[in-house]
Design a binder for this molecule. Structure first.
Ligand code: ZN
Length: 139
């Protein structure tokens, strides 16, 4: 684990929350992206090294839809940047953590991601992410 890459926040209405977080943080989202496989629309804000990811559900039975139904809007996950996601997944598996996926998958913002079940982390959903090169910005 290297550092907190972003914090994911579940919201009901992405446009309204973009306005709210723009005035809160004093900056506009630098990108918006839909991840069909996860049934979410996302927007990203950057402050220094840390990002905030807002997530709006595109389907009631998607993970964000279910989360909001159960717990309302709020912090959904904490994401840690890792150098080698496969290695880190193997290490955590050996430590007894329950991973939500067997293989890393493509997430938003040009990342390979994997989630750790909240039941093995004190009720917190943890995301591991390994940033890949962004073809647009080459960052
Ligand atoms: Zn995330």
């Amino acid at each position: 684990m290297q550092y907190v890459e972003h914090i994911g926040i579940a919201v009901r209405n992405l446009e309204e929350s973009n306005t709210l977080f723009s005035s809160l943080l004093g900056t506009m989202p630098y990108k918006m992206e839909t991840v069909e496989s996860e049934h979410v629309r996302t927007s990203f804000f950057r402050k220094g090294e840390t990002k905030i990811e807002l997530l709006e559900s595109t389907a009631d039975d998607g993970p964000i839809g279910k989360f909001i139904e159960k717990r309302g809007e709020g912090i959904h996950h904490i994401a840690f940047e890792v150098q080698d996601i496969r290695k880190e997944m193997e290490r955590l598996r050996e430590e007894g953590f329950r991973l939500l996926n067997d293989e890393p998958k493509m997430g938003a913002d040009h990342k390979l991601v994997c989630f750790i079940h909240p039941k093995s982390a004190n009720g917190v959903l943890i995301e591991l992410c390994q940033s890949l090169k962004d073809p647009e910005t080459k960052a």
